[in-house]
Design a protein around this ligand. Structure first.
Ligand SMILES: *Cc1c(COP(=O)(O)O)cnc(C)c1O
Length: 393
């Protein structure tokens, strides 16, 4: 496979493990154990059973008839929005917490920006009875009160990060500090295909259930187990990595990655890391990131909280630089319009992140009968205020 990591966690030039010495012990323990554990039958049985009975998998592959008519292609939606907790993130947090238990860990930490990964982590901590601390920027806590309430109800302690910009990167710093201080009993659950090796590879494996199911569902519904195109939005890149995984080496499948263009690529207010980013180290891996000429991280912006991240997973940096994926950007306005369109054509209100993937349909040309899968990463309930404030309904 051309698109898997080498032993040190590199996808071509990207990835690896660029961490402070104080973290070495924790990360090395994880590197040494993760494959050994997740490839056991015992682990796979428990993981698959929870995906089925708790998450509700397989998620449907829905042939979207009216959307297909509009674009003149056969468009299918992979319905990650129907998962328990409303998005794909739970696939990964279940995988990581089962690994944590098998490594003898009793305490879970995570950082969260908008709160979606915090909720997915607090959910699986409740499910397994492990102690859970979520770090969240003080400013984000004030902006995302419903998710803070959910995490607390689930039994997690939400600790505010009060330094710097009081947002995601400050929460990340706090979580890393906690992990350094608690190496024996604590497992750090990262929410996307980012971070030092082995996180990008591990998270991609847990999310790969998305494309594994797609193969079987496409075979049953179309007679062929691969599509012509797969479209997915990219924040850190975990839903896209899962949707692409089993098709990476099949060059007949065109992969389309959609980034958040915010107010426009040239506006200075976007999160289009693949387009605007340059090589650098963020959260422990070499990847593309948005930085100024002094190497300081540029604050990202998107109307969608889940895409508002200044880096991108190293797998995606590699896919972009090798030309394996085609990059597209969708602005706030294009995503809002695409979200409304799906709602009116199919009766499905998508997450604003997923609405970015849908917006790409307007930017592509399709041959008749072409099979296109859009990964519908999450549902729109959490975004109702934003939709209502920005659309004249
Ligand atoms: C968090 C989130 C994303 C972005 O994260 P990835 O790691 O890029 O998948 C996309 N969609 C939804 C619904 C999310 O909650």
């Amino acid at each position: 496979m051309k698109y898997t990591t080498d032993k040190l966690g590199f996808y071509g030039n990207y990835g690896g493990s660029f961490i402070p010495e104080l973290l070495h012990r924790n990360v090395a323990e994880l590197q040494k154990n993760y494959l050994k554990i997740i490839e056991t039958k015992d682990f796979q049985t428990e993981f698959q059973n929870l995906l089925r009975d708790y998450v509700g998998r397989p998620s449907p592959l829905y042939p979207a008839k009216r959307l297909s008519q509009k674009y003149g292609a056969k468009i299918y939606l992979k319905r990650e929005d129907l998962n328990h907790t409303g998005a794909h993130k739970i696939n990964n947090t279940i995988g990581q917490i089962l690994l944590a238990k098998r490594m003898g860990k009793t305490r879970i930490i995570a950082e969260t920006g908008a709160g979606q990964h915090g909720v997915a982590t607090a959910t699986v901590a409740a499910l397994t009875g492990l102690q859970c601390v979520i770090y969240m920027g003080e400013k984000d806590m004030a902006r995302q009160t419903p998710n803070v309430a959910r995490m607390r109800m689930l039994g997690a302690e939400v600790r505010p990060a009060t330094s710097g910009s009081k947002t995601l990167k400050d929460a990340t710093n706090e979580a890393i500090r906690d992990w350094i201080n608690n190496p024996d009993d604590t497992f750090y659950i990262i929410g996307s295909v980012v971070g030092p090796h082995p996180y990008p590879d591990m998270v991609a494996r847990f999310q790969s259930v998305i494309s594994e199911e797609m193969q079987m569902q496409l075979a049953a519904q179309t007679g062929r187990e691969y599509p012509d195109k797969i479209i997915a939005c990219i924040g850190g890149g975990s839903n896209a990595a899962g949707a692409y995984y089993y098709f990476l080496d099949n060059e007949k499948v065109e992969l389309i990655s959609v980034e958040a263009g915010g107010l426009g690529i040239d506006s200075g207010h976007s999160a289009a890391t693949g387009v605007l980013g340059s090589n650098g180290v963020i959260h422990g891996s070499m990847t593309l990131l948005m930085q100024d000429k002094d190497g300081q991280i540029v604050e990202p912006y998107s109307i969608s909280a889940g895409l508002d991240y200044p880096g991108i997973g190293p797998l995606h940096a590699h896919l972009i630089k090798t030309g394996r994926t085609r990059l597209v950007t969708a602005t706030d306005q294009q995503a809002l319009a695409a979200g409304l369109q799906l709602t009116r054509l199919e009766g499905i209100i998508p997450a604003l992140e997923s609405a970015h993937a849908l917006a790409a349909l307007d930017m592509l040309n399709f041959k008749p009968d072409e099979i296109v899968v859009v990964n519908l990463s999450g549902r729109g309930d959490k975004d109702m205020d934003t939709y209502l404030n920005n659309l004249s309904l």
